[in-house]
Design a protein. Structure first.
Length: 124
């Protein structure tokens, strides 16, 4: 079984960087405390600090679904700070997860959702 890799990319709204930095730390702490099965979760800023990327590694689709259910209220707090441009998921996810991804994309911007199924390789 291969892990699910979730990546989303957003533009940071003008004048919202410092507020976003505080929100990122708060969300990371919330997720660490409430989604114990999550393997890795990180927020990244580009060199100009105008774009944020979130990378999460889940052991399976159920973990991603749980994360989205538990975190949905927290994600809403980002709506005025960012404009989500895309969500990419690497690995097979359930229809429930796919619907939640589209809901998140609509809530946080006008972003696209793309899911890529595993074809070849290995995980250790």
């Amino acid at each position: 079984m291969h892990p699910i890799v979730y990546i989303d990319t957003s533009s940071i709204r003008d004048g919202k960087l410092e507020e976003l930095k505080v929100a990122m730390k708060g969300l990371a702490a919330f997720v660490e405390a409430n989604v114990p099965q999550l393997m890795s979760y990180g927020f990244f800023l580009d060199e100009t600090q105008t774009q944020m990327t979130v990378v999460a590694v889940h052991p399976n689709s159920e973990s991603l679904e749980f994360h989205m259910d538990v975190g949905s209220g927290e994600f809403r707090k980002f709506a005025h700070l960012i404009d989500l441009s895309k969500i990419e998921v690497y690995g097979r996810v359930s229809e429930g997860v796919l619907e939640r991804l589209h809901q998140k994309a609509r809530m946080l911007g006008r972003g696209t959702v793309a899911v890529y199924e595993f074809y070849a390789g290995f995980a250790r």
